[in-house]
Structures are given as C-alpha cells and as structure tokens.
Ligand binder design. Sequence first.
Ligand code: 1PR
Length: 597
Amino acid sequence: MEAAPFACSSPPSSSASFLPSFSVTARSLSSSSSLLFRRNNFGRNCNYYVAKFKSPRNLSVRASGDSVVTLLDYGAGNVRSVRNAIRYLGFDIKDVQTPEDILKADRLIFPGVGAFAAAMDVLNKRGMAKALCTYIEKDRPFLGICLGLQLLFESSEENGPVNGLGLIPGVVGRFDSSNGYRVPHIGWNALQIKTDSEILDDIGNRHVYFVHSYRAMPSDVNKEWVSSTCNYGVDFIASVRKGNVHAVQFHPEKSGDVGLSILRRFLYPKSTITTKPTEGKASKLAKRVIACLDVRTNDKGDLVVTKGDQYDVREHTKENEVRNLGKPVELAGQYYKDGADEVTFLNITGFRDFPLGDLPMLQVLRYTSENVFVPLTVGGGIRDFTDANGRHYTSLEVASEYFRSGADKISIGSDAVYAAEEYLRTGVKTGKSSLEQISRVYGNQAVVVSIDPRRVYLKNPNDVEFKAVRLTKSGPNGEEYAWYQCTVNGGREGRPIGAYELAKAVEELGAGEILLNCIDCDGQGKGFDIDLIKLISDAVNIPVIASSGAGATDHFSEVFMKTSASAALAAGIFHRKEVPLQSVKEHLSKEGIEVRI
Ligand code: 1PR
C-alpha cells in the first residue's frame, strides 16, 4: 500500500453518495482567507498566470492557454494534491477515460495510488496496462509518481508476488524494519543524483517528501534507468528516467517549492525555465518541524485557530471567550511560506460535533490544499456517527471526505483509545475499528493516532498495571515515577489505559504514525515531556511526533537529541509569533540536526 490518501485500494463511492446536502459556500470562510486563496481562473482563455500565493522561494509561473496535461486517475484513490499542483502551475487537466486517451496524450502523469495488486488489476481490466506500455515504449512524455514508479517494474512483493508492467527489470520489496529504521518511510529525505535527469535539475541537494513502505532496488539489470537513489537503511531507487519517461518514488506535489519545480520541469519545455537552484545540504532523512492549528468554532460561530493551556482554550476573563489566534487558511499558508514541513489541523470539538456537518472545516482543507504543497493532516471527530435524521456515517466515510477535501493524513484521537482498549481486552483484531478500516483502505501511512495523555505521579512504579517511568524531575510531592493516562474527548475523560500500552496496541492495529501530546505540558512553553517521548518513541517502530510544550528553539534540539522522535510539533509559539519557524530550523541546523531548509 503506497502513499497517503494518495493511497486507496477500494474507496467508498463519491462524496455525493453520502454527504448531506449543505448550502454553505466559501463565503462562510473569512473574507480575507477567501481573498488570499481565491482560485485563479487560468483555463483556456488565460495566457499568463502569476501565482497570487508566493511559495517560499517566490515561485511564479507562466502558462500558455493550451497547456493541458493528461492525468491517469483510475479511481482508486484521491489524487487531489497532484491535481492542485498541476493547476497551480497553470495547466488544465484532461482525465483518462479510455485506453485511447493514454495513446493520444501529449504529456501523461500517473500518480499511482493504492496497493500494487489492486492497481494492476484495474489497469489490466480496463485495457490501460497495454496502452501505458505502448505509450512509454514510444518514449512519449510520462511522469509516474510513487506507485506510478513501482508499477513500471516486473513485479512486487506487496501481497504478492504480483506482476507489474515489466518495463524495468527488478522486484519491488518492503523496507526491513528490523535494522532500526521505522516503516513506513515518512518524511523529507535527500537524493543522490546518478545521471542527468532534467526534471531533477533544480533539486540542488535539497530534501523531497517520501511516504511509502515498499521500494525498488538499484541493480546491474536496471542501472540504465536509475536517475537517483535515496538512502533509508539501504539505497533504494528514488527516480528513474529514460528519454522522455520519468518516474519518482517521492511526492513532488508534497515537496514544497522543490517539488513544484520538478513538476514544472516535466510540464514545461526546457527552454522556458531559467531558475537557478538554491543549494542545500540534504544528506539524509530530516527531522520534521510541524505547525499545528487547533481549530474550533467560537461563540460567534466563526471557525478560528485557538490554543489552550493544558487544553483549556478559554480566556480567563468575565466573558470566558474561546481564544482566537487567527484564521486557519491564512495561518496554514503563512506556516508553509515559513518552511513548515507539515501542517496539522485538529478540529478540537470534533468529538462532540459531527465533522461532516462542519463544512467550513472541509472548506478550510480545500482552500489550504490548493496552495500549500506540504503534507496536511486533519484530526477530530473521526468515528462512526448517526445524524439527527438517523442517517449513519461510518468513520471511513468521514475520513474519506477529509481526504477528498485535501488531507494527506487523518488523525484519530478518542476512537483509537476505545479500539486499543477493546483489542487489549480481547486480544482480537476485529478489523472493524475506524483505525483498522481506514488504514486498510488508505494505507497505514495515512493514519496518525493522536494521544492525549496526562501524567499520574506514583511513589512506586508497581502501584499500577501500566508502564511507569522514572522521572527526570520528581513530582510535586517528591514522587519519582509516573504513568501516562490516556484521555478522550479533548482531555475531559481519563481512561484505563496508559500511553505506552496504547501506542503499542495502535501500531499493531495499523497506525502509521503517533502524534504524542501531553496535557501537562500543553501551552506551558517549558519544553516537551522528554520522559514520555522517550518512552513511546523507544517502544514503537512507527514514527513519533513529539508535541506539547515547545517554548524556545532549545526545546526542539533537546527533544531530537534525547529521544528518537521523528518530528516535533508546536502551536502556541508560532501563533503568538514568539519564535519564528525559520529560527527553529536554523537552530536545529546549527546543532547538527538535519532539517529541511
Ligand atoms: O478525539 O478523535 O475527536 O480528536 C480530537 C483531537 O483534538 C485530538 O487530536 C486532540 O489532541 C485534540 N484536542 C482536543 N481538545 C483539545 C484542546 O486543546 N482542548 N487539542 C485538543 C490538542 C494539543 C496539540 C497542541 C500541542 C502543542 N491540542 O495539538 O497543538 O499541545 O501546543 P503548544 O505547542 O502550544 O504547547 P478526536
């Protein structure tokens, strides 16, 4: 299974089939966000388009009115991010309906999604496999992305062996997690360029975004194809190129301005591109810095970014209002410009409100994803739900709507706690929890579990049945130990399960990543809970995102030096403009911690 919502082997049918009818329009967003992110009409009648939204490196693009790219979206998943990036670069999209559309294409992009076997099945049944082979053998302009690269090989071990298109010698296999490398491989990694690949000319030693569990290996039999490799425990194939045929394992549409320049080099004739690459120092998988936006509707009914102290988001005034720290779309755009490696939206009242009824939240995602080309995660309210009319919605339908609206990953909080409790009680994976279902359909790399633990101090670690840690700093009454009790409903209810037990259980149930908050540290600005983060990041083989408590640049270097967290997330310091995101990156770099600059 490859690539986040890009990954879907059998998605539910279109949103129209289950979405209630809403009459809310983009106007429900703040007027300035609408202005900032208004979709530009650069269709057939528009010859010149300068992006209103400037990317971090002030990308501006020129498109001719006849710019059309053919997209092979065989309906197995969401390729919204790819569509957004193509449109952002000034191209219209023609969708492949029949094999003839492939043969007639001037320029074809194939963002392979879902599992290898399911993708080959669809391609074979629709006669598209043969058309693709003919198109590629004729050296027509082609760009495969992620699974779109893997399918070019002879076969894959993913639920297999399964035969691929057989154009490139080699077998696609799974990363080995036994050597200490976390699988899926998620994040920004460096490339080693092997040959002149043209589309990679602007990379200049900078990171690109990967999210996958399977990879193809370079060897003597395919060396004439390999244009770059990447190291993640082993050297695997990051891109291939022969003539006009290109394919990349990473996601250019999620790789910020570097990724956009790769797509631009594929879409535009060489002669029109004059940019000079900015040199970077990428050498390995970077530690990620994530900006988090806790979003909820305030008492006036506006969707705002808020921020709590230990999860209390109300001002301590007579009015007791929800803190308003800004507008979600604007802030997300700002953090993208500032160099955030990912942006996370948490719909913090999703546990009590039905998220599909919260159409502005879906609009926030849609608008943001049109202009923000790094991964977007959204959480809050992902669970089964029955509305006032008795209509039942599965958590998979809720997640699918988030993915369709532009999310690359979804994050599950409360529902994952219930699923883990049940699993630990019965020892049986029912396959029915939201976590299992979404991970099965979209791949585990698309599913984050957000944990909201609270410290419970102990005199003796044997006083509880849950894993306790010896504290670096003792508790208020001199306690030397604590266990971390999981909570649900935004920290309102403690549950009989520890963060350690939960993390291990959700990894088994199919989580691809853990977002590890800490209620005690949230909004305090005194640093991350290193004891907790070390406990969890040492316990699981999936990436862990450290969250809660960042107040200074030193806190980020501390968490990366003392724990094996893959990413650090912060909210308050960025919203209050206390520490700019770039200073965090510069500080980490100075401390010898590799980050994407
Ligand atoms: O249970 O599936 O509906 O998901 C609800 C989601 O909303 C969970 O991910 C939960 O963490 C989040 N949430 C619920 N209530 C709150 C609240 O604050 N009242 N926010 C909340 C959680 C924690 C972090 C925060 C970091 C960094 N916020 O996301 O951004 O602690 O903050 P800092 O850098 O300022 O310290 P479900």
